[in-house]
Design a protein around this ligand. Structure first.
Ligand SMILES: [Zn+2]
Length: 159
């Protein structure tokens, strides 16, 4: 038996260290938390994407009394982006979460497993890395691709 180890590189930055373009995307994701429908979790999540055609889009978590039918901000946003601009790759996604008290989480909130799978599919579909900005008020994590969030992923090449 051979033991292997994965390491996941990512950057840790503060808001002041973001490029103007990334800061703009984070601000859009922050404002998207205001469109969240989250009467059950009281946890508002916003996501924003920049596409290869230069468009910016945003989405938020949309909950339902039948809990499992709701969807996360990440899936809401990338499905919306792919529906509006099916030929445009998602170049960057920013994800922000806000608590019931109205404050943004101090540390990044990472996408759930289902969202990671969807983001991986979108990245694989366009054969172009999708940068991921996970916002926290105290620190921000930046990954250069979804592959870093979901190593050993199952995708179309697996079939
Ligand atoms: Zn999710």
């Amino acid at each position: 038996m051979k033991k292997e180890q994965l390491t996941i590189p990512y950057f840790v930055v503060t808001e002041n260290e973001l490029s103007e373009e990334d800061r703009q995307l984070v601000e859009l994701a922050k404002s998207a938390t205001r469109t969240s429908f989250s009467p059950y979790s009281h946890f508002s999540v916003g996501a924003a994407v920049r596409l290869s055609n230069g468009k910016f889009l945003h989405g938020s978590n949309q909950e339902n009394a039948s809990y499992t039918t709701g969807t996360c901000a990440e899936r809401c946003t990338v499905f919306y982006a792919n529906a509006r601009y099916p030929e445009a790759a998602v170049e960057v996604i920013a994800i922000v979460a806000r608590r019931e008290d109205g404050r943004f989480t101090p540390f990044p909130v990472s996408p759930c497993g289902a969202c990671r799978q969807v983001l991986a599919e979108v990245e694989h579909r366009f054969k172009k890395p999708m940068r991921v900005l996970l916002f926290g008020a105290d620190e921000i994590y930046i990954m250069e691709s979804v592959g870093q969030l979901l190593p050993m992923q199952f995708n179309a090449d697996s079939l």
